[in-house]
Design a protein around this ligand. Structure first.
Ligand code: FAD
Length: 549
């Protein structure tokens, strides 16, 4: 007896007629499912879509889910779907990341002084999803309060079994099914595709009513280059041994606070409820704890997720199913890359469906896209591996951010922002170039992971300034190409070649324990690195945003 029949009998579910046939059924109306539906509609206007969602809109706006910040690629993706006008009017524009590290003696800070040319965002997640729903509800079929039960293959179509709250069951026919059910992973579980990542990192978080302001927690002294500006526009990272804390302003009245920690260093039991989390803060981040206590914010929720890394592959199957969002890959939130990965997965899925509708052969494409995703899993796992362990070393914090941002801003980000994967022949050439950067990145990262790195760089750590303004650095130059994406593939290929040289130069510095600050901020490197990397325009602040300070 099929499992589905057992479920139907057990719950006394009534069967309703088979409803219409769709091109694609998406399971899950979270951000991955909603963005995928929007992108499919935009790129394949005659496509028929059914979205199955086990809850009912509208969502609670603030205390809803994590995933409340984008970085550049995710910001670009949301902007392509919703427009900057809506995003910057209704949500919070972010001024990059701001890293803070304090010990008994010293306060240290690294960040940028300007809003970048292109916006990234922080948002109340429920509100953003509600907006997507309102745009989609008249254009596709959305079955709310309806849960996915099972799927059977039957010739050209799949038979998808779903059940409503009222226990009425429906069977829906669809050519494709996409799992966007988040951590429920309905398809990956069915086909046993899911595995836990190897990372030991967990998180607890809460939302508060009110603005948690970095200028009140750690007021900037006059010798701080960020003195006189509103630093609370940045995603705040407070770093310490085995952990980092996020402080994200979501709106003028709400803030998200979370602690991510390695369970190799901090016991989950010491943070498993709100009271314990405050005790933990008292021990590890006394200044922040005192501030929260003094302000008496009203706390809206408290949630946690242990060992959150999980991976399911392949992303797209010849058997007409696909995975996106947390149902596919989630590794670590430190750089807010969840929406980036969602953008890449969705873009591949949309292209495969579009090509199939045009009568093209999709096998080679699917294999290539799956191999790109699998390269990304390896590369990103490397980014996060053993990172938390050294978050009490200021030189490590600096170097790691530099190397990771060259990796990100120098390869994957310009590639997708310039639609580098749109032409299949070029996509392979481009991916080869990116792969070369990854190989070099891998060499640097394997040095950073060793214990010897902090021992060998003791002096560099002492020499590193307390305040690091990244606005004037090579970071700004690498970033500059993002300010003017123009989808020119030749330019993109040249840029990737240049950025490979930058990564090689960084590798040279790190392998010989030379202080990376000299290359990165003082620009002591050979002139060709700097000339080539900023060939496509100077980094300058977004003129409309400077007045926000
Ligand atoms: C601690 C932490 C911090 C993070 N911070 C960031 C960040 O700053 N930036 C970022 O980009 N990402 C972040 N992420 C990643 C973030 O989780 C993802 O970006 C994003 O939430 C994934 O969205 P999703 O749509 O895949 O999943 P979800 O948002 O979980 O949506 C899945 C939906 O499927 C529905 N569903 C489930 N089962 C069924 C079923 N059987 N039938 C029908 N519907 C179903 C659920 O109701 C749900 O709404 C963070 C993750 C963690 C753990």
């Amino acid at each position: 007896m099929l499992i589905i029949n057992k479920i139907i009998n057990y719950f006394n579910i009534k069967l309703r007629d088979i409803v219409k046939n769709y091109d694609v059924v998406i399971i899950g109306g979270g951000l991955a499912g909603l963005t995928l539906a929007s992108q499919l509609l935009r790129d394949i206007p005659d496509i028929s879509i059914c979205l199955i969602h086990d809850a009912k809109f509208p969502n609670e706006e603030t205390a809803f889910k994590v995933g409340e910040a984008t970085i550049d690629l995710g910001g670009y993706y949301l902007r392509e779907l919703l427009g900057d006008e809506y995003l910057s009017r209704e949500h919070f524009i972010k001024m990059g990341m701001r890293f803070i590290y304090t010990n008994d003696k010293l306060y240290k800070e690294m960040g940028i002084r300007n809003f970048p040319q292109k916006n990234s965002y922080q948002f109340e997640r429920g509100k953003l999803e509600n907006h997507f729903f309102s745009l989609l509800q008249d254009k596709i079929d959305i079955l709310q309060n309806t849960r996915f039960l099972d799927v059977e293959d039957e010739g050209h179509f799949k038979k998808i079994h779903v059940v409503e709250l009222s226990k009425v069951q429906k069977i829906i026919n669809s050519r494709w099914i996409v799992d966007a059910s988040g951590r429920k992973k309905v398809i990956s579980r069915k086909y046993n595709l899911s595995s836990k990542g190897n990372l030991p990192n967990s998180s607890v978080w809460f939302r508060v009513k009110g603005a948690v302001l970095v200028d009140e927690i750690y007021p900037a002294e006059e010798d701080n280059p960020f003195y006189g500006m509103d630093r609370s526009y940045s995603s705040l990272h407070i770093d310490g041994k085995g952990y980092w804390i996020w402080v994200l302003r979501l709106s003028d009245h709400t803030t998200s606070v979370g602690i991510c920690f390695s369970e190799n260093i901090h016991q989950f039991d010491s943070l498993s409820d709100l009271e314990k989390t405050f005790e933990w803060l008292k021990t590890h981040e006394r200044v922040f704890y005192d501030y929260l206590l003094k302000k008496q914010f009203s706390i809206l929720d408290f949630k946690y997720l242990r060992k959150y890394a999980s991976i399911a592959q392949p992303c797209i199957s010849e058997n007409h199913w696909a995975l996106t969002g947390d149902a596919c890959i989630f590794l670590d939130p430190v750089y807010s890359s969840g929406i980036d990965l969602m953008c890449i997965e969705n873009t591949f899925i949309v292209d495969v469906l579009a090509q199939e509708k045009n009568g093209q052969d999709i096998k080679e494409r699917m294999a290539f896209y799956n191999s790109v995703i699998s390269d990304l899993v390896i590369a990103y796992s490397n980014v996060f591996d053993k990172m938390y362990e050294q978050k009490d070393n200021w030189y490590y914090i600096f170097v790691k951010y530099v190397v990771d941002s060259v990796f990100y801003f120098g390869s994957i980000c310009p590639c997708f922002m310039n639609k580098g994967m749109r032409d299949f022949k070029n996509a392979k050439i481009i991916w080869d170039k990116i792969h070369k950067i990854y190989m070099e990145y891998d060499k640097v990262n394997s040095i950073l992971k060793t214990k010897k790195f902090s021992e060998n760089n003791r002096q560099n750590n002492l020499d590193l300034p307390r305040f690091i303004n990244l606005s004037e650095s090579l970071f700004a130059k690498i970033n500059s190409y993002l300010t003017e994406p123009d989808n020119d593939l030749e330019k993109l290929i040249n840029l990737l070649q240049d950025n490979y040289q930058v990564m090689c130069k960084i590798c040279e510095y790190i392998s010989s324990d030379r202080n990376l600050y000299d290359l990165y901020i003082r620009r002591d490197g050979p002139p060709e690195i700097f000339h080539t990397s900023w060939r496509y325009g100077e980094f300058f602040p977004n003129p409309e945003m400077v007045n926000r300070n």
